[in-house]
Design a protein around this ligand. Structure first.
Ligand code: PXG
Length: 481
């Protein structure tokens, strides 16, 4: 029997059986344009077209104010690991708000959810982590890292050890330190960044930098750039190296298997602290609680945010390994850093319920053993599409590269000129047909909610293929192919 041909009409339906919020799209767009400056946005061009108004979420789907359903292939923004519509998180938040909506943790006070969440995070993280510093976001977590590792080295009698090495095309946030650690030149161009004492090495992106090498050879080579930089700066001046286990915002850049073990070896050789930014990889994205476990590395600090609450309420922080925590506790005195909302009881209550869901539904195990391998099997078949030069997944995130002309070896593919912005053309077809898939240059990426089932993976990949076909036709019509 022939399979029924896929058409996106099969998924563009209003939220069946759920109350549709009554939202006047034009009215919201007007006040949005008049008053709301969106993050990372060209304000004028958004005002000209009007923002899409998202009104509802359930499971892996969201709905806009026109009743159109979309598969949220990006989990909000790498956040909604437990999926939308979790009444028990709403209930936990409601109950906590009624009991104690806020109290600070500054002046020798604490609250039960913050203490319980710290203990829970210590229990699910690798054994070197027993302590947590809470923030409200990943950016603040990375600012905390900068201050904490510099404080650590001061206390160790090495005040000159203040340089932090990061990577180009990394994303570590948008505060002054977060943006400085990030390796995006378009961020550094605005606001006089990076701040002093932060330097960058090239990223482990095989397609960009690995020509003529096997992936394994390239992994070792890319890690060697860390050693070169350490020697250039002076090992006695380097405080820490920071990296995302896989680079998310940079386009789902998956390093070769040889990369992280080499990075670990080099950090150990020079006694440099290793910071894993787990804001995206943490809480199951790679089929482990933390991406560091996937790669078998032993960081001294881990930044977290996003998936800790599945994005239901803002929360971030740093898991502090014993090596650093023991020094801060034993020798440190006051650590003059923190936020009004550090350990916010409502956010911590949301996180506790979210982690309970991830555990009780075995979502992390499922991604590792079942749906992650299935996504790999189905998504990587997209390599057969004429526009796709490379398609890869890791856990529950995936990326493909759009190419003008394919070749057996990805380095021999012909690429579109970057000014054509084919990724954005493709993204337009995805959005228009009910699929949220992000474009990062010529890479199209996804990171779906961890609740996505095998049947939903089939539905998503069929839709992606349909949209790639539409993109191909469009590019041909434009005369770009
Ligand atoms: N570290 C990493 C690895 C991140 O991905 C942050 C830190 C900062 O977290 P906050 O909570 O301060 O936003 C992030 C955030 C994108 C995109 O384009 C990714 C993020 C934020 C905005 C856009 O994929 N990640």
């Amino acid at each position: 029997m022939q399979p029924t041909p896929f058409t996106p009409a099969t998924i563009v339906v209003p939220a069946a059986g759920r109350r549709q919020a009554a939202v006047d799209t034009r009215a919201i767009q007007q006040i949005d344009s008049a008053h709301y400056l969106h993050p990372f946005t060209d304000f004028k061009s958004l005002n000209a077209q009007g923002a899409r108004v998202i009104v509802k979420g359930d499971g892996i789907y969201i709905w806009d104010s026109e009743g159109k359903r979309l598969i949220d292939g990006m989990s909000g923004l790498w956040c909604v690991n437990a999926g939308y519509g979790r009444a028990s998180i709403a209930d936990a938040v409601h109950a906590q708000m009624q009991e104690l909506p806020f109290y600070n943790s500054f002046f020798q006070t604490t609250n039960a959810p913050a203490a319980q969440l710290a203990a829970k995070l210590a229990a699910i993280s690798p054994p070197q982590f027993k302590h947590v510093f809470f923030t409200c976001s990943g950016s603040e977590g990375n600012d905390t890292n900068v201050r904490m590792v510099r404080r650590y080295w001061d206390l160790q009698g090495c005040p000159e050890r203040h340089v932090i090495i990061s990577r180009k095309n990394a994303y570590h946030g948008s505060t002054m330190a977060g943006a400085s650690l990030s390796g995006m030149s378009y961020m550094h161009e605005q606001g006089g960044l990076p701040i002093p004492g932060i330097v960058h090495i090239d990223q482990p992106y095989y397609l960009e930098n690995g020509k003529g090498m096997t992936p394994d050879e390239f992994g070792v080579k890319a890690a060697s750039w860390l050693e070169t930089k350490i020697l250039e700066v002076g090992a006695d001046k380097v405080a820490a190296f920071i990296g995302e286990p896989i680079q998310g915002a940079g386009g789902v850049i998956i390093p070769p298997a040889t990369y992280w073990p080499e990075i670990q070896r080099i950090c150990d050789k020079y006694g440099i602290l290793l910071i894993a930014d787990e804001v995206i990889c943490g809480f199951g994205r790679l089929g482990h609680w933390f991406g560091s476990e996937y790669f078998g590395i032993k960081p001294d600090l881990m930044t977290f945010a996003k998936g800790v609450t599945s994005g239901y309420v803002p929360l971030g922080g740093v898991l502090v390994g014993d090596k650093v925590a023991d020094v801060l506790i034993e020798k440190g005195g006051d650590f003059n850093h923190g936020f009004t909302y550090s350990g916010h009881p409502v956010a911590c209550a949301a996180a506790l319920e979210n982690l309970r869901i991830l555990e009780s539904e075995k979502l992390v195990d499922k991604v590792r053993e079942d749906t992650g391998p299935y996504l790999k099997q189905v998504f990587e078949k997209l390599i057969e599409h004429p526009l796709v030069g490379m398609a890869e997944t890791i856990g529950f995130t995936a990326g493909l590269v759009l190419v003008k002309k394919k070749a057996n070896n990805v380095h021999d593919c012909e690429f579109f000129p970057s000014e054509l912005d084919v990724g954005m053309v493709c993204r337009g077809h995805m959005f228009g047909n009910g699929m949220i898939m992000r474009a990062v240059g010529n890479r199209m990426i996804i990171a779906p909610p961890l609740v996505m089932t095998r049947a939903q993976i089939d539905e998503m990949v069929a839709l992606i293929k349909y949209c790639l076909d539409a993109t191909l036709k469009d590019l041909q019509t434009r005369g770009w192919m």
